[in-house]
Ligand binder design. Sequence first.
Ligand SMILES: C[S@@+](CC[C@H](N)C(=O)[O-])C[C@H]1O[C@@H](n2cnc3c(N)ncnc32)[C@H](O)[C@@H]1O
Length: 349
Amino acid sequence: MNPLHSWLIYCRPGFERDCVEETQAKPVETTADSGFVVLQGKPKLVYKQLTFARQLLTLHGEVNDLPERDRLSPLLAAIPASPEKFGALYLEVPDTNEGKTLSGFTKRFQPLLEEALINKDRLLPSPLAGEGQGERGNLPRLHIFFPDEHRVLIATSDPHNSTSALNGIQRVSMVSDAPSRSYLKLAEAFEVFLDKKEQALWLKPGMTAVDLGAAPGGWTWQLVQRGLKVIAVDNGPLKGAAAGHPNIKHLRQDGFRFRPQRPVDWLVCDMVEQPQRVATLMTEWFIGGMTQRAIFNLKLPMKKRVAALQEALDSIRTALNNKGVRYQLEARQLYHDREEVTIYLARKR
Ligand SMILES: C[S@@+](CC[C@H](N)C(=O)[O-])C[C@H]1O[C@@H](n2cnc3c(N)ncnc32)[C@H](O)[C@@H]1O
């Protein structure tokens, strides 16, 4: 056990303090709006149990004053000797304006560093199209993180305790006929919480869903694109292609009172309400056996975001435990989440 284990965590800029609070680790570097934190003093952190961490890395060292002419040599010298071999190389930047200006450089620099590491037998070559993960899936990944153009933090990730998404951001694409950009949020939630096999199994054409607070229809559209039939509950109008679509039944009702006539496969909910009120509603649906799975947003406009979130999640756990309902519960601040987080709740057999 190493009490001085150092962690590098990426987050949405502005949520650095929330990262510290939820890990309860000692803050070493927590600059406001930087999009990352360095923490110490916790030998074990579990990525899936963290909400505000986009990525969880073990920090090995850093290089300051990186010379513009030769960035490769000092970087290679600073890469730790152990682990001996990496399964992948990620060159990453914070989710800030400065980070965006650096991403062109990291794209150009990536093949140079990759080639040098492959030649030294420290990195497996990138997989060919269609090739499986094989040994790569178990090897640590090497992360070279540029907070700015002269500084580099060198870190590794455990493929079983992190995300494989570059910069910790799962990319999803928009469709031209989506009624709102919220379409992307539910797309991201499905990618983050379900692997491809689970998506194929649990988002099958013909399955049913209820969308509470559906207007103008982005989430409903995401479900319809996957072949689901949706009851969209909202007093507001659905827009564009979602209005009058044959697989969408729009009900102008109160989402807190609506209950389906038959159980559905999915419940999604994006109503802007107090987190505790939404948590109670979700719990009632699960205890009543009205859905198998749910994805919902908890809005966190308050100062004590971590406390409000924990309170809401604890109330779900307590209520479901008391009723003997077996479940899986995960919470994550997605890239498309602003002052809010997204929750995945699923009934387990
Ligand atoms: C953030 S928007 C939802 C956006 C939607 N997810 C999308 O993808 O387009 C919140 C919606 O919740 C609805 N809403 C808020 N309280 C509600 C309630 N009690 N019952 C039904 N809808 C409600 C609002 O009318 C609003 O359209």
